[in-house]
Design a protein around this ligand. Structure first.
Ligand SMILES: O=C(O)CCC(=O)C(=O)O
Ligand SMILES: [Fe+2]
Length: 280
């Protein structure tokens, strides 16, 4: 029997969002990783100087590319989305000098967070490391600027489908059964819009099948999400957002005639009780 897409009713899961100003702590990161809270928004989490350096280096990067995988955007770095492990890790190796160059000679705040989390998890008997294969290893982050126009500059999606369907040649597939945490640093923000919108819904495999997004988790239609409550996280340059990527989320349309929205993104999660993997 063919499934009627509009008839599949999304189950509602409550959102727990914490928002504050200051420095992110490893305890907060671990609470998202363990699925205790849905999202964390830290305002003014890193300096304007670093934000401006990353933004300038991103737009001037010789490694800046247009996405060609059906998601409108520009990027520096590598995305595992819709790629086999050999292709992804080879791209990660090639892109590494460009990712490293985004920070100029300033200290990379994503790596600083990674190192702090690694130390804390180590104390708890848990290893944190970059995902790897015989073809290479993941980078600490990738940089992105979405170029979709209309209601969303990045359409509603979840980050789990791409992990679940990453394929057996990826060690990170195991993380899909736990929380896939998505970490975003925002070096630049459009004057209006560009909000991170979260819907009160964590799609199952059946939900994805009904929407024809089983392997990608992208994009969920307006009809499907129509009766699902949502909340917007309003972002500024210098903010960090950390979320459970299993919840449907997207980026609202952007306006204003100046600044482009840029983020640094990474994913991480438990592959085993004693191992957390990190990738992009
Ligand atoms: O740009 C954002 O705020 C969200 C990015 C995102 O959801 C993703 O890269 O999967
Ligand atoms: Fe996402």
């Amino acid at each position: 029997m063919a499934t009627n897409q509009a008839r599949q009713t999304p189950a509602i899961s409550p959102l727990t969002i914490e928002e504050r100003t200051g420095s992110i702590s490893t305890a907060e990161i671990i609470s998202v990783l363990k699925g205790e809270i849905t999202a964390l928004h830290i305002s003014q989490a890193f300096s304007t100087e670093i934000a401006e350096e990353i933004t300038a280096k991103f737009f001037g990067s010789p490694g800046l590319r247009e996405r060609k995988d059906g998601v409108p955007g520009q990027y520096v770095g590598a995305s595992h989305y819709r790629k086999d492990a050999a292709t992804y890790f080879a791209e990660a190796e090639t892109a590494r000098p460009h990712v490293d160059a985004l920070f100029g000679n300033l200290v990379d705040p994503v790596r600083a967070l990674f190192d702090a989390l690694k130390r804390e998890l180590h104390k708890q008997g848990i290893e944190l490391r970059l995902a790897r294969s015989e073809h290479g290893q993941a980078n600490v982050c990738r940089a992105l600027s979405w170029t979709g126009s209309g209601t969303f500059s990045l359409d509603p999606h979840d980050d789990v489908a791409q992990v679940l369907r990453a394929g057996n040649d990826y060690e990170l597939s195991a993380v899909a059964h736990n929380t896939v945490a998505a970490l975003n640093f925002y070096p630049s923000m459009s004057e209006e819009g560009g909000n991170l919108r979260l819907w009160s819904h964590k799609p199952t495999v059946d939900d994805r099948k009904s929407q024809g997004v089983e392997t990608t988790g992208y994009p969920y239609s307006a009809v499907y999400l129509k009766d699902v409550p949502c909340r917007d996280i309003r972002l500024k340059a210098g903010d960090i957002a950390l979320l459970d990527g299993g919840f449907v989320h997207g980026v609202t349309g952007q306006a204003g005639n100046g600044k482009r929205r840029v983020l640094l993104n990474s994913f991480f999660g438990f592959a085993r009780p004693d191992l957390v993997l990190w990738w992009t």
